[in-house]
Write a protein that binds this ligand. Structure first.
Ligand code: NAD
Ligand code: ZN
Length: 342
């Protein structure tokens, strides 16, 4: 089969002919229709420090996709050939303390599809049946293909009650920040204000439901708050940039008693004024992946009840043109890019 492979420990990705994956007794074989490119894939493409520490080439990458089941392992009973599915990208061990107390998303031994084992930038992928997700037929294929990052956004945005709350999203123009804005809108937030450095992406965040989006380098967050009639700080903060500067701006603008979700992967040398954290009585929550599998139910419900994230898909191309897709990803002037395998 054709697959996009991290074939060598250097910058780049290569379309190669690789053997079909072997289907275990508790696995399903999925024929990929569409896959979507994640920031993680860009790290692997660039072969940065994180990728060098994490990826063991050769590896078929990709963890955002939609496809159709074409083969079932002998023990699989709950799906049938032809089911349209996607998959939760984190495979939990099922045995550790967290798995056994229903917290598989923070399993001690998580294995990432397309990171630690072959993924979905290919004509076929094998996944354990425990990770397969069959979603409502009313949700279009390309939306199903981005439910993994939508799930990150959902987990981030819905970690704290947000009805009537003022929300601040740093990195709001990134795919996850933008989709988090949509979810906050859908979920009944009051004002949704965000920051991003990229003008293309600031526009995108507005399309997805943000009220005000500013460039924090030359616009004042304070002014944005006043323009929206806000008198105190934010009740909810969603850090979706991975920037320590943005993180500090967010903590600075939180109202006493505020709740903060940390999704962006902050550099290890990030510092913060702990007095603000303590004397404002803030709550911080680290967000990893999607809650298994509550987040998936939340997403399916919202997507079939009017949550519209379609504008986040800005580019579509044939999988063979993946190089062009990664070139666009590197400029940052995009939302989600869909690769078509059919
Ligand atoms: P992305 O890199 O595409 O988006 C980040 C956005 O932040 C960009 O639009 C960028 O312009 C903006 N930004 C950068 N510095 C900024 C600053 N100082 N102020 C305001 N905006 C700034 O990433 P994404 O795919 O949307 O993911 C968001 C973050 O979440 C990334 O850090 C990613 O690594 C991380 N992530 C975490 C998990 C998890 O499970 N915790 C999963 C996926 C992604
Ligand atoms: Zn576990």
């Amino acid at each position: 089969m054709k697959a996009i492979v991290k074939a060598k420990p250097e910058r780049g990705l290569w379309m190669e002919d690789v053997p079909l994956p072997i289907v275990g007794v508790n696995d399903v074989l999925i024929k990929i229709k569409k896959s979507a490119i994640c920031g993680t894939d860009l790290h692997i493409y660039k072969w940065d420090h994180w990728a060098q520490q994490t990826i063991n080439p050769p590896l078929v990458i990709g963890h955002e996709y939609v496809g159709e089941i074409v083969e079932l392992g002998s023990e699989v009973t709950q799906y049938k050939i032809g089911d349209r599915v996607t998959a939760e990208g984190h495979i939990a061990c099922g045995h550790c303390r967290n798995c056994r107390r229903g917290r598989q998303h923070i399993c001690d031994h998580t294995v990432g599809i397309g990171v630690q084992r072959d993924g979905g930038f290919a004509e076929y992928v094998v996944v354990p049946v425990s990770n397969v997700i069959k979603v409502d037929q009313r949700i279009p294929d390309e939306i199903v293909s981005i439910m993994d990052p939508l799930g990150n956004a959902c987990h981030t945005a819905l970690s704290f009650p947000l009805v009537g709350e003022d929300v601040f999203i740093t990195g709001i123009g990134g795919p996850i920040g933008s989709m988090a804005a949509s979810i906050c809108r859908f979920g009944g937030a009051r004002n949704i204000i965000g920051t991003d450095l990229n003008p293309y992406r600031r526009d995108l965040a507005l399309k997805l439901g943000a009220d005000r989006v500013i460039d924090p380098r030359n616009e004042s967050i304070e002014d944005a708050m006043i323009s929206m009639g806000m008198v105190s700080g934010f009740d909810i903060g969603l850090e979706c940039s991975g920037s320590s500067v943005a993180f500090n701006q967010l903590i600075e603008k939180m109202y006493n008693g505020g709740k903060v979700s940390l999704l962006g992967i902050l550099p290890p040398d990030t510092t913060v004024d702990w007095n603000k954290m303590i004397f404002k009585g803030l709550t911080l929550k680290g967000i990893y992946g999607r809650e298994m599998f509550e987040t998936w139910y939340h997403m399916e419900m919202m997507l079939t009840r009017g949550l519209d994230i379609a504008p986040i898909i800005t580019h579509r191309m044939k999988a063979d043109n993946f190089q062009e897709a990664f070139d666009i990803m590197e400029t940052g002037n995009c939302g989600k890019i869909i690769l078509d395998w059919e």
